[in-house]
Design a protein around this ligand. Sequence first.
Ligand code: PLP
Length: 371
Amino acid sequence: MHAPKDEGKTPTPKPGVLDIAPYVGGRAAIAGVANPIKLSSNEAALGPSPLAREAYEAVAKDLEIYPEGSAQILRDAIAETYGLDAARIVCGNGSDELLSLLAEAYLRPGDEVLFSAHAFIVYRIAALANSAVPVTAPEKNLRVDVDAMLARVTPKTRLVYLANPNNPTGSYLAQDEVRRLHAGLSPQTLLVIDAAYAEFVRRNDYEAGIEMVATFPNVVMTRTFSKVHGLAGLRIGWAYCPASVADALNRIRGPFNVSLPAQRAGAAALRDRAHVEKSVEHNEHWRAWLTDAIRALGLRVDDSVGNFILIHFPQVKGKTADDADRFLCERGLILRGVANYGLPDCLRLTIGCEDANRKVVAALTEFMERT
Ligand SMILES: Cc1ncc(COP(=O)(O)O)c(C=O)c1O
């Protein structure tokens, strides 16, 4: 692992920290372009429920008060919505925080953390931040390959992260495959199923992870309010855990890690089932429309079950992903380059509102037709 040059002269972070490439979020601005359309962070096309906004605004008069530390009202709303035991739900400042806390609670220096080649980048950060060793398994056609994952399990494997569906590929693993992966892990290994995009998936063979958490003492599922609920700015995530894992997380998390506005708005968002349904319907319709329209331009688009699609560009001068990114930016459209995920020929496009989606297809049509 990286040893800092000035070791001994300045405080030294623990091993692994300086091996982390800092997370770069989706761009939000383009120099010289007023009001660009941001389709770079898988945010909600329709925004949050009006009820969540109302709850957020109503809290403005209570800002001097600490939030209730266990996020009880939010955990109760989650428990009621999904039929879960509220005592086994831990809320976090985004699901990012929970993914990191799980690493902090369970990893010892030198432990191995397994995930697939194009998995969400926070897993690598969480492993390195805790002096653990990230281990990646190759994928097959940008899909998690359970055999390749199992082939890399060793006695040192302490944590396995599985994004299901995965970002940025948009692919998912069927429930029997997730169970096969779990069956190959020792009881000492924690399987973390990151189901940030679960609400968008409408497949009979998909399971977000609730059943598995209910069944096995070494499976955790994480979820977020940043995607279907449109509350990314408030930072709210939750984990459904075995009791012993909830206990560990509750010991190490910040005592007030979910703010009062987040708790109230999150609880209100969950209760607006009609808004969730509308967002999922919108996503279904426009994801299919975008996929078909972009494929019709001769570009490869992978099947996605999330609120985003991955577009592949040819390695042809003038038509590469970088060229497309520049071209789109000049027209005020911000997509996400995913070279840091080992996908330099791709751009990820978040499903937007109708106007944004039509503008992207019009611009890509122009891009592909120009000589
Ligand atoms: C797979 C996956 N997991 C987790 C997250 C983190 O979500 P948040 O921290 O906003 O809850 C994201 C965000 O893009 C994601 O794509």
